[in-house]
Design a protein around this ligand. Structure first.
Ligand code: LLP
Length: 429
């Protein structure tokens, strides 16, 4: 199976060692399950290997993949920092007691209110995206009589050959300031001239679902050359180099397996050699894995509602969730592995499209899935849904969001409650 926390026993799918059909009965469907031990394991892969291979390093969990208080508690216990991209994520992290000095605040359109809120929370670092924000951060820090630590977001001009809509490190990007055009150097010069910001280093993110470390080597090469240019022209030596998002995950058997520990060791060697060649002190290296921390620690369970056979066309299976809890197929045509959790011992000879419950034809979870012939009441499991599912969920069609249930060995508990109809009406005037 695609991840070691999946198995089958007595014809039923198990997740984190637990019977998924029983969990579906206990909590109802749709339900997001999260495997606490797998989250911790994934955190340790980054933390232990970065500690081992880099002289100074810190992995930051990228909140955008999944943001809820219980997750921040777990991530903090594992010793990671976190990156937040909105005051909402920051609020949840702070409410969970996340150490604010390890929080990095991203975003290309931070409002004055966002900036003040983050400063008043005591956020450790701003990742400043543009000169307008830089001026605002300096002004609000001055008002508070403080010096705000910052990184500058720059674009190294790399196309990581991932899906266009998720590649954010190219020169033509709404994120950051390009190195290639000389603008990033001026951005740094300006930051160094300001009294109330302390420039700690630079940040670049080149893409998501990355399987080959060459992307990180190339990014590191460009970034180290930029650090050397800053040293030469501005007399400034950066403390921190943030390489952005983490490695890819296996959604299907066709996806490669990444040995993250080994890959990190090669990135560390690359940066050590690159720094030495340029006469730079090796910077503290930060990475921002989101998907590879939570994706394979998640699974969504649904109940089959109907099966439709359209001769000469295709078969449809309708479930009690869909694009409201997982918009990734509708948005990106993302591949997923799907099982009928209560029919694991039956032949998978029914090829179908798994459609959601929304009033929209594009509301599909997956096409061309081979399942045992489904019947109303069967439990359908979609694997690897821990990242960018709950965090991208919506209330389209006024559908309440599913709960997040944590599974931790023999223990299971609700981390986020199922949304109710009353919740839907709560904000109405
Ligand atoms: N850091 C920055 C600045 C990012 O923009 C991202 C992802 C990450 C870290 C985390 O990357 P990861 O380790 O998760 O690959 N909604 C899309 C993914 C968008 C990712 C955007 N940035 C999806 O569902 O695939």
């Amino acid at each position: 199976m695609i991840c070691s926390n999946l198995s089958a026993a007595n014809g039923r799918l198990t997740f984190a060692g637990r019977d998924t059909v029983e969990l579906a009965e206990k909590y109802g469907t749709p339900v997001y399950l999260m495997d606490e031990q797998r989250i911790r394991y994934n955190c340790r892969v980054y933390k232990e290997n970065m500690d081992r291979y880099f002289p100074r390093a810190l992995p930051l969990y990228a909140s955008k993949a999944l943001s809820c208080k219980r997750l921040y508690e777990i991530v903090a216990e594992e010793g990671l920092g976190t990156d937040v991209v909105s005051p909402g994520e920051l609020y949840l992290a702070k409410s969970a007691g996340f150490p604010m000095d390890k929080v990095f605040f991203h975003g290309n359109a931070k409002t004055d209110a966002d900036i003040c809120f983050a400063m008043d929370c005591g956020v450790g670092y701003f990742v400043v995206d543009n000169p307008d924000e830089l001026a605002a951060v300096d002004r609000f820090a001055a008002e508070r009589g403080m010096e705000q630590r910052i990184l500058l977001r720059v674009t190294p001009g790399i196309d990581p050959h991932t899906f266009e809509a998720v590649s954010t490190g190219k020169v033509d990007s709404k994120f950051g300031i390009p190195i290639e055009t000389g603008q990033a150097l001026e951005f740094a010069r300006h930051a160094l001239s300001l009294e109330h910001v302390r420039l700690m280093g630079v940040h670049a993110h080149v893409g998501s679902q990355v399987f080959v470390s060459t992307v990180f080597y190339d990014t590191a090469d460009i970034m180290l050359r930029f650090l050397a240019e800053m040293k030469e022209k501005l007399g400034y030596e950066a403390e921190m180099l943030n390489l952005g998002g983490g490695y890819g995950v296996r959604y299907t058997e066709q996806d490669p397996t990444v040995d993250i520990g080994y890959e990190l060791s090669t990135v560390a060697r690359h940066i050590r050699e690159g720094s030495a060649a340029l006469g730079l002190r090796e910077p503290m290296v930060l990475m921002e894995p989101g998907r590879s921390i939570v994706a394979d620690a998640g699974m969504t369970l649904y109940t089959v509602q109907s099966t439709k056979r359209i001769p000469g066309y295709r078969n449809y299976v309708a479930i009690d969730g869909g694009m409201t809890d997982n918009p990734r197929y509708a948005l990106y045509r993302s591949a997923y592995t799907v099982y009928l959790a209560n029919k694991m011992d039956q032949a998978r000879d029914f090829v179908c499209t798994v459609g959601g419950r929304c009033c929209e034809s594009g509301d599909m979870i997956q096409e061309n899935v081979a399942l045992p012939a489904p019947e109303r009441g069967d439990i359908l499991a979609v694997c690897t849904t821990g990242a960018y599912n709950y965090s991208m969920s919506s209330n389209y069609n006024s559908i309440p969001r599913p709960p997040i249930v944590m599974v931790d060995g023999a223990r299971d508990y609700v981390a986020v409650h199922r949304e109710t109809f009353e919740d839907l009406a709560r904000r109405e005037a």
